[in-house]
Design a protein around this ligand. Sequence first.
Ligand SMILES: [Zn+2]
Length: 381
Amino acid sequence: MLWTLLLVVAGIVVIRRFGAGVLAAVLAAVWLAGVAGLWQRHQAGQALLPSDLWVPAAGLAALAAGYAALIGRLRSRARARQPVGSGVAAARPRGRAEPPAPPPVSQAGSAPAGEVAPADPTQPLSDAELDRYARHIVLREIGGAGQRRLRASRVLVVGAGGLGAPVLMYLAAAGVGRITVADDDTVGLSNLQRQVIFSTADIDRPKVQAAAEALNRLNPHVGVTALARRIGTGDADLVAGHDLVIDGTDSFASRQAINAACVAAGVPLLAGSIAQWEGQVALYDPARGAPCLACVFPEPPAPGLALSCAEAGVVGALPGVVGSLMALEAIKELAGIPQNGTGAGLRGRMLILDGLWGDTRTVSLPRRPGCPVCGAEDTST
Ligand SMILES: [Zn+2]
């Protein structure tokens, strides 16, 4: 009895100190020695007692128990590796004081859904914001002041497609405080080749709904408003509630209508377009001396000359590159970089990217006297 107690205590000490594996190895060695002893006695012709059979029986039982324990441990490890819940909360760093996420989507009106981003650029950044935007804040051209300007900014993104996807994601990640996204389309299977804000599970859902949810997951500090409709010439009041409009639509009529609303509201328009392997980005701003979109593209293209992406095709990464260029220009504009002279935007210039030959160039865009959309303002300046 005393020996049994001592052996149990020694076993516990070995497990605590060296782990169960070492104890198992010691027991296996003892068991093998016992079996070898029995074999020697059998070979020497000595009679084995029934009680001697306990040694191999106990060994086999220990082996079975060990095997069951190992399988159980592997199963529980596999279960622990599976994601729990949505994975969003789990991915958030522990102990970080994030503000509560705003309600996911507001369907109409121009008021942002989440009032998490103060519109006042003099309000200090919270510890969580300082941490999140640390790589911006160390940039001399942005700093804390530029980051507060980004947070106080309101941007209208028209079109949640190939260009809209990277624009929306980078602007939300960069901490643009209020983002309105307008699009009347639903997610289709052929969109997923390039519209990286959506996933397969979003097929047939309204694009603005899926995009707004993705942005809320990305950055809970950003208030997102989803408008499941197109933006037309009559939307000057909506446009006037924003500091910048970003156009990623792909039809001439839509682009002209958005331009007219921006000119009427006096809000700058950052427009990008893509086709096949080529893309272009420009900032139209007649209220500050730059041309409007109609100054540069007065006439609709001849039928068959400007094919849509569906007709002409577009390489998958191109909207990512051009949309990211648009997001970069938007961040510069909203952070006040062209205004403070530490860099220059694309106001009155067009950046043209040739993806097939790996080339970029920039051309100046003059205003067109007598432009029917912004010409009236032109005569006074
Ligand atoms: Zn014009």
